[in-house]
Ligand binder design. Sequence first.
Ligand code: NAI
Ligand code: GUE
Length: 303
Amino acid sequence: MPCKVVLAAEVASNYTSEIKSEVSQKDTRPKLVGFLANDDPYAEKYAQSSSKHLAEAGLDFELRQIPREELEAALKEANEDPLVSGILVYYPVYGDDRDQKLQDMVDPTKDVEGLNVVYNGKLYSNDRYLDDEKTRKAILPCTPLAVVKVLDHIGVYDHSLPYGDHLRGKTIAIVNRSEVVGRPLAALLANDGAKVYSIDINDIQIFARDAAASINSHTTTMTEFKPEDVIPECDVVITGVPAAAYKMPTSLLKPGVVAVNFASVRNFEPEVKDVASIYVPSVGKVTVSMLQRNLLRLFNYQQ
Ligand SMILES: NC(=O)C1=CN([C@@H]2O[C@H](COP(=O)(O)OP(=O)(O)OC[C@H]3O[C@@H](n4cnc5c(N)ncnc54)[C@H](O)[C@@H]3O)[C@@H](O)[C@H]2O)C=CC1
Ligand SMILES: Nc1nc(=O)c2c([nH]1)NC[C@@H]1CN(c3ccc(C(=O)N[C@@H](CCC(=O)O)C(=O)O)cc3)C=[N+]21
């Protein structure tokens, strides 16, 4: 069976007109401020891509490039500025637990990436709403959400199964466990019923819903597995390793696998197309769509 290459633009186009028409009905333009305090060229690319696509949708975007030592003060100011509807900090800034502190400094009402403790806590405990009446949805981080939308678009989610169980029976590997992408993504997919192997440079953990437990969210288990033990059984393999030298060995992949890469570099070898049924080489454009949706959602909550 030939491999189908699915481009992020195709998935993103599902959201473009919906976003544009919603924006066109607003009296004021929602404004996103992005804080770039690292020298990651890919973060800059993201900033440029966001700027272009937000403008096209009628949304305002301002990039503030500052030294990281000034970030805390700058975030306080933006939190209090009524003209700022949404705030985004490009990560990694320090690349250690100081980044978590920065995530929590963004006011939840302006946190377009849903990385502060309020939304993060809801994500991990599978609590999808902000209020008991379930009128306001919690904000999910843009890239994990983009990967979910990509998987849904290509048919990995089985909507004939009950809500919250759409990934039942699926085994998924995620090679990346960062706090902004890999770990929240593992939790989201496990909360939808998948068995997730969360692979990072140090170890492999299993994220899965525990059928016996009374809670409706997932549990996490440490293993001694190596990638070669688990990749061959995976229906979906998602990569996000920020190193050009890293390649997922094609020989480990199960024939017919769904391969999705969100890293700035290609983590799959070109031969992936000989084995995979579907290959998604990047998701960036869908991330930008989710950023726009989250900004609009926060703007609506603020009104
Ligand atoms: N397309 C998009 O929308 C987005 C893309 N990115 C890109 O994704 C990549 C990752 O970003 P972050 O998660 O923020 O980076 P990070 O540096 O915080 O995390 C990297 C992760 O990869 C793991 N890793 C590194 N080498 C590995 C190896 N040999 N085997 C297994 N795991 C390994 C690390 O343990 C860590 O969990 C970057 O290239 C970034 O630019 C990030 C966010 C959004
Ligand atoms: N807090 C935080 N959240 C992020 O989501 C985040 C981050 N920090 N740090 C940097 C990485 C990188 N990233 C990209 C997202 C989209 C494109 C993107 O739209 N790329 C397009 C266009 C590229 C182009 O045209 O040059 C594409 O892939 O086709 C790129 C890169 C998000 N990141």
